[in-house]
Design a protein around this ligand. Sequence first.
Ligand code: HEC
Ligand code: HEC
Length: 209
Amino acid sequence: MKIGTISDYINVKTIIIFTIQFILILTLVGYPAWKDRGEECLKCHSDMQKMTKLGYPQFYVTQEMIEKQGKHPNVRCQECHLGNPRATDVQKAHEGMLSVLLISEKGEVLNRRDLYPKPLIPSGDDMIRNLLPQVEYEGKLYPHPDIRNVLWHDRDPITFNYDPAITKKTCGKSNCHPQEAKEFHTTIMATNFRQRTMTTWLKPYGPQN
Ligand code: HEC
Ligand code: HEC
């Protein structure tokens, strides 16, 4: 008596088709994980000689530095910054990468490289404007005349609003803080609840209050 019919279909052609399908599925599913495991950001940024040669020793960053500063053990560059951690070329690696937004007086994102390639570290005595890029004039520090504001990279670069889509790909991704992200998105702050629920322009208080 014959049990099952699968063996009837096994021949060279079906084995080839099956193998190709298997490889295809593995590639499609595995590619993002493979890409995300890249270490090129770190290899370049933690090589002082290389960074100096590229003209940016101020952006020398090591794994120890980010773990200590960010208080996140085992976190990798791309988990916060995105970009392409498999690319060895600066431009390609930085494609789609998130970084600080320097905003002009007109409300546009400025090109940091042209305007202020220095590191962003607190400077000057003015505590409120401490982290704004500064320029020196006659021995004193002043806020950079072309830079109105500094925003961190959780913002949409056009509207400058907080962008939940960025959080989902970074802090809030499944093996990091998905619960915190979900909770945050329903808070009074994230929903701008007070302003959204105003019913009049003026009374008892309005959105321009
Ligand atoms: C081959 C070297 C190289 C690689 C690879 C590389 N970088 Fe960079 N990175 C640089 C250099 C040089 C600069 C300064 C010039 C510039 O901004 O393009 C820089 C600048 C930056 C900045 C500051 C940019 C700004 O405008 O504020 C961040 C953030 C950064 N890199 C993160 C990353 C991340 C994340 C990766 C991996 C996805 C990465 N880098 C891969 C060399 C590299
Ligand atoms: C825990 C999240 C996190 C990780 C991990 C991380 N960064 Fe950053 N990094 C930031 C934030 C936030 C800033 C502030 C500017 C911004 O909003 O992007 C920043 C700023 C920078 C800057 C600009 C510094 C300056 O003076 O303006 C560079 C360069 C940089 N990161 C490179 C890296 C590299 C390379 C790695 C991996 C070795 C890395 N970062 C890992 C969150 C992170």
